[in-house]
Each structure stands twice: as C-alpha cells, then as structure tokens.
Design a protein around this ligand. Sequence first.
Ligand code: MLT
Length: 253
Amino acid sequence: MDEKVSLYFEEHGHGTPVVLIHGFPLDHTIWNPLVPLLEGKARLILPDLRGYGKSPVTRGTYDMGLLADDIKEMLDGLNIRQAVLVGHSMGGYVSLAFARCYPERLLGLALVASQAAADTPERRQGRLQTAGEVERRGVKSLAKTMPEKLTTHPDLVEPLRQLILQANPAGVAGALKGMADREDMTRRLSEINVPTLIIAGAQDSLIPLEKSREMERLLPRGWLVEIPNAGHMPMMEAPEMVAEALFRLLEKI
Ligand code: MLT
C-alpha cells in the first residue's frame, strides 16, 4: 500500500479551479511567471508533487497513478469537485493518469511540453540507470547536464540548475522509476472528452514537436499551440503566450 501524503500547494485568485502541475525534477515555482497573468481569471492551485519542493518525500517508485491520486486527495481536501489540470512534461503524464482514473473530476486539460507516449526501451534503461546514480551520488550530475536541455534561454539556465540542486534524491529517483514504468496513453486519448490544449515549444529538445501534433490528431477536443522561441519550459520562456492559450482554454469550459 502506498503511503498517503498531503501535498504542499499555493493558491492565487478566484474562479474556475486550475491546478498547475510541474514537471521533473522541478517544483511549483516554475509557474510563478504565469501567476500575475492568470490570477484575475481563475483560482490557481500550484502543488509540489510528492518528493518535490515543500511536499513530503517518500521512498520507492512514484507511479504516475500514485501522483494523480495525490492531486485528487488535494482536490478532495479543498472540496473542489472539478478542476482544469495543466501539466508540464511529467506533470502532463500525471494529468493523463488523472484523466484516466477520475474523468468526472476534469473540466479541461492542458498538456505543456508533454506527451502521451511511453518510454522507448532505451529511454527506460537510461532513466533506471540515472535513478541508481542519483540514489548513490545525489542530484549533482543531473543538475550539471539537464538545465541546458530544458531551455533555449541562457538567462534561465542557472535558475533551473539551482532548482534541480534543491531536489531530493529520493524524490528524483522515485519519479524516474515511475516515468520509466508509465503506460502508453496514446490509445486512450480518444476517450478524453474535455477541451484539451496542447502547448509545445518549437525548440523543445526533450519532447519532439511531432508528439504534440500526434496528440492533436488523436484528442477529440484537442488543439495545439506552438510557441516559437521556446524550448521545454514555455511557461518561463514565453509566459504571455502561454497565458493567452490558457485563456482560450478557460473560455471553452
Ligand atoms: C519533465 O520535464 O518532466 C521530464 O523531462 C519528462 C521526461 O523526462 O519525460
């Protein structure tokens, strides 16, 4: 039985609940540039996933379904019946797991620099190897190599490195193992019946644009917004364009 945890979260604004779920190995602060742009239009809820930021750390594998359950528990605690989920990268994998387990709780969805596909066998092996290294030696080598892959904006590289350096090794390893085991959700996209915004940075070196185009084709109510001059972190690299796309999503709810 997986240990239950209460997630740390921050809240801003009033209106339709919008949960912004960060990617790996980051925390809720990646969404800060969007807060002043969106808080006048919605109730923003920014959790730290289990193992990240100020949320409790547990050992073991963080299944995407387990992380989705944590979000559901958080919503229950807030008495929120339905919400829009905005998931960045791994947060998108969590959002897709939530959509599968709790479709009745979903008002709308945004997948930011994310994908429905599972890992290739090589990627899976690489993740498990990294998880072992992080467990033995900590997050230093990840913090050395990952920031340049996340962004095309030189001024964001150091702040992202500092964020990764703060990550807890058990949280990092748990999420790596959970991502390695995640299910391919591609065939399930046709079952998602809420408005679904896909946001992709045109220069994302981690998730190819083709993955986003494929999701757009398969999602019954999906549409893609490509952000030029952004990599894997469009909410930090081009917050105005991301906020604009999220307004359009809120208009459809
Ligand atoms: C993320 O940004 O959450 C990760 O890069 C996702 C992944 O490694 O698949």
